[in-house]
Ligand binder design. Structure first.
Ligand code: NCD
Length: 362
């Protein structure tokens, strides 16, 4: 069964096709209004969400389908100790496709392995958020006009910001992308993204702590909130929470064609005065996310009907229960009887990473 766990599960061609379908939906919504008649989407959200859950819901409704699900872990059997795998197996009896968000990294992957229907990762801990990336790509395509030859600045919490990790992965496959990483020392991009995505793909990037210094060079500025819920030490959050605030003054030297993006929710990192600036794209970005989710639901349901095989679960280069994942946010820390599986991602340096959360083996 084909699922979407990581944005790299889709080829660049497939992403182009999704963008094409999304553009067609925008132009001809009526053509799509009954495409999912009789189909059900289950939204399993174990973590707060406004946009992602509601845009999945709106997406399915605009395709003529139905939606069932829950919006907090406390109203599900997770509270009684039910495993993610069991929930996914069971939901396969009630729905045709699942969108799952969890604070546990790798939870949607575990669900996809257990389910007999497609599973879409709607955000797993600080790990990744592929459908946000799909909306981000459509936003750039429509607002900037190209996905190649871009200088993209990421600002804020690059450590825990899962939208950033997925987006950088996606950008690594386009031509002539320059990345500027703007964050406090404590919230720098994780090494696995830096070394295994940016370096491996020979991408040009630099790190800075200064937003003002970076702004004039950028075609896209991707602001993010500091992810309070992922901090172990609240004092550290309080010290870092106001690190970057984008104001109209700071945009004085920016390109006229800059696209200002943000996955939302915003806390205070973009002044509301910036909303009036025509370079602000973040609310359109939320709308485009819905169209890409519609295109994705159509694609995965069609593939499920055609019984297209999932290729993600290959056991090449893996070792089973030789290492134990030490990431407290990894799904292996809670899901009983789940094998600890690590894949060799770099043979030369003997680097193994957890297949669920990508934490490096000790
Ligand atoms: C993001 C998320 O949940 O990771 N929100 C979203 O889905 N649009 C960003 C965030 O919470 O900061």
């Amino acid at each position: 069964m084909r699922s979407l766990i990581d944005v790299l599960d889709l080829t660049v061609n497939e992403i182009d096709e999704l963008i094409e379908v999304a553009n067609d939906i925008i132009a001809n919504p009526d053509k799509y209004s009954e495409k999912c008649k009789g189909k059900k989407l289950a939204t399993l959200f174990y973590e707060p969400s406004t946009r992602t859950r509601l845009s999945f819901t709106a997406a399915m409704m605009e395709l003529g389908g139905n939606v069932l699900g829950f919006s907090e872990a406390s109203s599900s059997s997770a509270m009684k100790g039910e495993s993610v795998a069991d929930t996914a197996k069971m939901l396969s009896c009630y729905a045709d496709i699942i969108a799952m968000r969890s604070p546990k990294e790798g939870a949607p992957f575990v669900a996809a392995k257990a389910a007999t229907i497609p599973v879409i990762n709607a955000g797993d801990g600080g790990h990744c958020h592929p459908t946000q990336t799909l909306g981000d790509l459509l936003t750039i395509k429509r607002e900037v006009g190209r996905l190649n030859n871009l200088t993209v600045g990421f600002c804020g919490d690059l450590k825990y910001g899962r939208t950033v990790h997925s987006f950088i992965n996606a950008l690594s496959r386009y031509e002539n992308i320059k990345i500027v990483l703007i964050s406090p020392e404590e919230l720098k991009l994780p090494n696995y993204v830096k070394y295994e995505v940016l370096d491996k793909n020979n991408m040009e990037y630099r790190e800075t702590t200064s937003l003002e210094e970076a702004i004039p060079t950028l075609d896209v500025l991707y602001m993010t909130r500091i992810q309070q819920e992922r901090f172990v030490d609240i004092d550290e959050y309080n010290r870092l929470k106001d690190s970057y605030i984008l104001t109209l003054d700071k945009l004085a030297n920016a390109k006229k064609s800059l696209a200002i993006m943000h996955p939302l929710p915003r806390v205070n990192e973009i002044s509301v005065k910036v909303d009036e600036d025509e370079r602000a794209c973040y609310f359109k970005q939320a709308l485009y996310g819905k169209y890409m989710r519609m295109a994705l639901i159509l694609k995965l349901l069609k593939e499920a009907e055609d019984k297209k095989k999932e290729e993600r679960f290959s056991l090449d280069d893996v070792v089973i229960n030789q290492y134990i994942c030490t990431n407290p946010r990894c799904i292996t820390s809670t899901e009983q009887e789940l094998d600890h599986i690590f894949r060799c991602v770099d043979k030369e340096h003997n680097i193994f990473r957890c297949i669920y959360c990508e934490k490096r083996a000790n």
